[in-house]
Design a protein around this ligand. Structure first.
Ligand SMILES: NC(=O)c1ccc[n+]([C@@H]2O[C@H](COP(=O)([O-])OP(=O)(O)OC[C@H]3O[C@@H](n4cnc5c(N)ncnc54)[C@H](O)[C@@H]3O)[C@@H](O)[C@H]2O)c1
Length: 260
């Protein structure tokens, strides 16, 4: 059997109706996993998912309800992909406290709540599976280096990186079979990047969105933006038995953006 096979596993993906979320649900399903997709919308069709559930990742009670549902419906949870996130493109001077807190609440607190709530069923499920269970947290190149007009976002993604390493160290120390890793995409063609280009133009940082896109693309050594499927492939790897010795790591998928 391929070391990347996910047959007999159950996976939960947050932010699953966005660009990377949809690609992740499809890729996990293609690898054999039963995927529960979740996002803010009450209803949605997500290719590959066996079920869609509404989940605001900042809602503690909603996390508890969803994990209870998965436990009773499927009896296990092997992979949690904490993918939900928002960007904030604003100068520090113009960032309101409300905007700052919303970014940290969704990007950081959401992932803390998910990890804490799912840890018990993940540990139980991981005990009978080669490589154990897996949590994959979406950070960013913005979690490795700063960027102008991105202070709130980069702060949140830096926190994702170190929450990941702390959780990895803690579960390993407690001998819980849960691996925890972060993924650091460069610029990926999704709705989030479209919003960022629009904000750059609003703030007069670039004359138009096409120029913004050209300059952001050139920031990658490979000279182009990434596709959501180039991120989901890395997520499947981290969820798979092939990554059985990988925990606390940061998988950078950025077309060489941080290589130079
Ligand atoms: N696109 C990029 O260039 C890029 C780069 C680095 C990191 N990322 C990260 O990848 C992840 C996915 O981003 P994407 O590009 O697919 O963006 P996207 O905007 O297409 O999708 C994000 C999804 O998160 C959902 N979401 C927002 N707030 C939520 C909440 N409170 N609860 C549940 N869901 C919520 C949205 O509804 C949306 O479907 C994010 O964490 C993002 O920060 C993206």
């Amino acid at each position: 059997m391929s070391p990347f096979d996910l047959t007999d596993t159950v996976s939960l993906v947050t932010g699953a109706t966005g660009g990377i979320g949809r690609a992740t649900c499809k890729a996990l399903a293609d690898a054999g996993s039963r995927v529960i997709a979740s996002d803010l919308a009450v209803r949605a069709d997500v290719e590959g998912a066996v079920e869609y559930r509404n989940l605001d990742v900042t809602d503690e009670a909603a996390w508890s309800n969803l994990i209870t549902h998965i436990t009773s419906q499927y009896g296990r949870l092997d992979n949690l992909v904490n993918n939900a996130g928002i960007s904030v493109t604003n100068s520090i001077a113009a960032t309101s406290l409300e905007e700052w807190r919303k970014c940290q609440a969704i990007n950081v607190e959401g992932l803390f709540l998910g990890t804490r709530t799912a840890a018990e069923i993940l540990a139980k499920s991981g005990a009978d599976r080669r490589g154990g269970s897996s949590i994959v947290n979406l950070s960013s190149v913005g979690g490795l280096k700063g960027a102008a007009y991105m202070a709130a976002y980069c702060t949140s993604k830096g926190a994702v990186r170190l929450f990941t390493k702390s959780a990895a160290a803690e579960y390993a120390m407690l001998q819980k079979p849960i691996r925890v890793n972060s993924v650091h995409p460069g610029g990926i063609d999704t709705g989030m990047m479209d919003e960022i280009y629009a904000r750059y133009v609003e703030e007069s940082l670039f004359p138009d969105e096409e120029t913004a896109r050209t300059i952001v693309s050139a920031g990658h050594a490979m000279g182009r933006m990434g596709e959501p499927e180039e991120i989901s492939a890395g997520i499947v790897y981290l969820c798979s038995p092939g990554a059985s010795f990988v925990t606390g790591s940061e998988l950078v998928i950025d077309g060489g953006m941080t290589a130079r």
